[in-house]
Design a binder for this molecule. Structure first.
Ligand code: AHG
Ligand code: MN
Ligand code: MN
Length: 343
């Protein structure tokens, strides 16, 4: 790494100038997310050393047990983003309702939705976990942010990204113009550019799905997975499933692969799948598209789905375009419903 390597802040400032939108507000917003994730990364790294592991004893809006790190990550993001002056309303996996930015904080032009800590089941075992975020420009003209500023199709995102807390801490984002990755240099406390314009490799070689749910999959998913297992003319696949969406997505983005969490019949309380549209599927779909990939719920382009509620669930197939389209084709054959090639 040389002094010529831009930091995340420098890179964003340069890009903003290039786009002639240099009000500085977007840069403040990204800097608030970067600061939050550095604080989360520090806490994750000392997870075994201080009293930050384990459960809080509470359950979140989805009925899931809340871990102390979930809460730390949520509070850090909410507080830092409110202070940035760039945000008017937020939505978080860990908070039931919308989070408007109220005085004394200034209400900004952006809206942020996030999964503060993705892959909570991996916190206590040293496996990679992450933060996922989606950014929209507010729709309402002034006053406090409204629910309608947040309940938007993924296609309207102005930026999306994630941070992985793994063997290193990596910040990945896109404003639609390429997907860029920055690695945290702990000695500097700065994210430094490590990959510009990431493209998902042409051919999928990896599939990532929780195979234990196979007995409850719809036939379309079994057909699709069989197609990869037996490889018919497609070459050899291997399976990788970490159970942290963000880490599974990141690996597939770099290596070529497809991740799926279909709707299944295992849990009647989750008829639409497990993952959340606004702060898991939509931001990753935006990044997949930016890297030449695709995301679908089996029928529709994820980026076209208009949410009804903050914590709405969706089925998700995401990664190499060709492979996601193969899944969509299997659904089309099963149901006779139309397929979404999407863009
Ligand atoms: P979260 O920790 O934010 O609740 O998300 C967990 C999600 C996602 O990261 C992962 O892909 C999926 O749950 C794994 O689910 P299974 O354990 O059912 O495979
Ligand atoms: Mn998650
Ligand atoms: Mn989470």
């Amino acid at each position: 790494m040389t002094h010529r390597t831009p930091t995340l802040a420098q890179f964003i400032t340069e890009k903003e100038h290039a786009l002639a939108v240099a009000t500085g507000e977007f840069a403040s917003l990204m800097s608030a997310i970067a600061l939050s994730t550095k604080l989360i990364s520090r806490e994750v790294n000392k997870a075994g050393l201080v009293d930050i592991l384990g459960l809080t004893g509470d359950r979140n809006i989805q009925g899931e047990q809340v871990q102390k790190l979930d809460l730390f990550a949520n509070d850090t993001l909410v507080r830092t983003l409110a202070r940035s002056g760039a945000v008017c309303i937020m939505g978080s996996e860990e908070v039931a309702d919308f989070i408007p930015v109220a005085p004394p904080h200034t209400c900004g032009r952006y809206v942020v939705v996030f999964d503060p800590l993705d892959g909570s089941s991996n916190i206590d075992v040293g496996a990679p976990i992450g933060t996922i975020f989606a950014i929209y420009r507010r729709r309402s003209s002034d006053g406090p942010g409204q629910a309608t500023d947040l309940l938007r199709p993924g296609r309207e995102q102005v930026a999306a990204g994630y941070v992985i807390y793994g063997s290193s801490t990596i910040f990945v984002y896109s404003t639609g113009e390429g997907v860029h990755a920055f690695t945290l240099d702990p000695s500097l406390g700065e994210f430094l550019l490590t990959d510009e314009g990431l493209r998902i490799p042409e051919q999928a070689r990896i599939y990532s799905i929780n195979d234990a749910n196979a007995p409850w999959w719809p036939p379309a998913v079994s057909h699709w997975v069989d197609g990869m297992r037996h490889g018919a003319g497609k070459g050899r696949y291997t399976a990788r499933y970490i159970g942290s969406l963000v880490a599974d997505f990141h690996r597939n983005l770099l290596r070529g692969g497809v991740f799926a969490y279909p709707a299944d019949t295992r849990d009647p309380a989750l008829p639409d799948g497990k993952l959340r549209l606004l702060y898991e599927a939509a931001p990753l779909a935006f990044l997949a598209r930016g890297a030449g990939g695709h995301a679908s719920d089996g029928y529709r382009d994820i980026l076209d789905i208009v949410p009804d509620s903050l914590h709405q669930r969706t089925a998700l197939f995401i990664g190499n375009r060709e492979e996601v389209e193969a899944a969509v084709a299997c659904y089309g054959q099963e149901t006779g419903r139309g397929s979404s090639g999407g863009s």
